[in-house]
Design a binder for this molecule. Sequence first.
Ligand code: HEC
Ligand code: HEC
Length: 140
Amino acid sequence: MKKLSIVILLLISSSLAWAGATNVVSLRGDVALDAPSVTTATKEWLVDGKINREYAQQPPLIPHDIEDFSINQKGNDCLSCHNWNSKMPGATKVGISHFLTRDNHTLANISPRRYFCTQCHVPQKDAKPLIGNMFRSLAE
Ligand code: HEC
Ligand code: HEC
């Protein structure tokens, strides 16, 4: 038990040192955890053309602004254009994967685990990686 706590302490301190060294700041800003968060500035999203998927299972990026669309317990604006029965021309319909429960049952409507679209889909931006990495696209 004692050994385990030492290992955990070492891990925590080394990850803190790493975060300090690379100066990573979350989108919430450099604000103390118990302080109210500052509103983040509106981003300039890339809405001209599509950034391709890097691998087959990647949730496609959103090629349009989403500032005016809300997702809450009362409704989901995204579904008015992207649901299977939407009449919005040009809007890709969500695939059947979005109707599956975790036990692989197909529901008549969007599965609760796919309801909060922006959990997986984010607007496009040609942003620089926060830290260097060796990621290679499978599409290359
Ligand atoms: C007013 C209709 C409308 C609403 C509301 C809307 N979209 Fe879209 N969406 C579109 C259209 C049209 C396209 C295709 C645009 C293009 O290809 O340039 C699109 C494209 C997308 C794509 C890319 C699909 C692909 O095939 O690569 C994603 C992902 C997406 N939207 C997610 C969302 C999410 C998440 C929301 C809610 C936050 C949302 N959309 C709200 C109309 C809408
Ligand atoms: C848990 C993650 C997750 C959530 C939540 C989610 N998606 Fe997806 N989405 C994906 C993945 C992964 C793909 C690509 C594979 C696939 O089609 O299942 C995808 C694909 C799509 C596509 C492209 C479909 C195609 O045939 O090319 C659209 C459009 C889309 N999602 C819209 C939405 C909308 C709208 C919501 C909210 C109602 C949503 N997604 C919620 C992960 C998610």
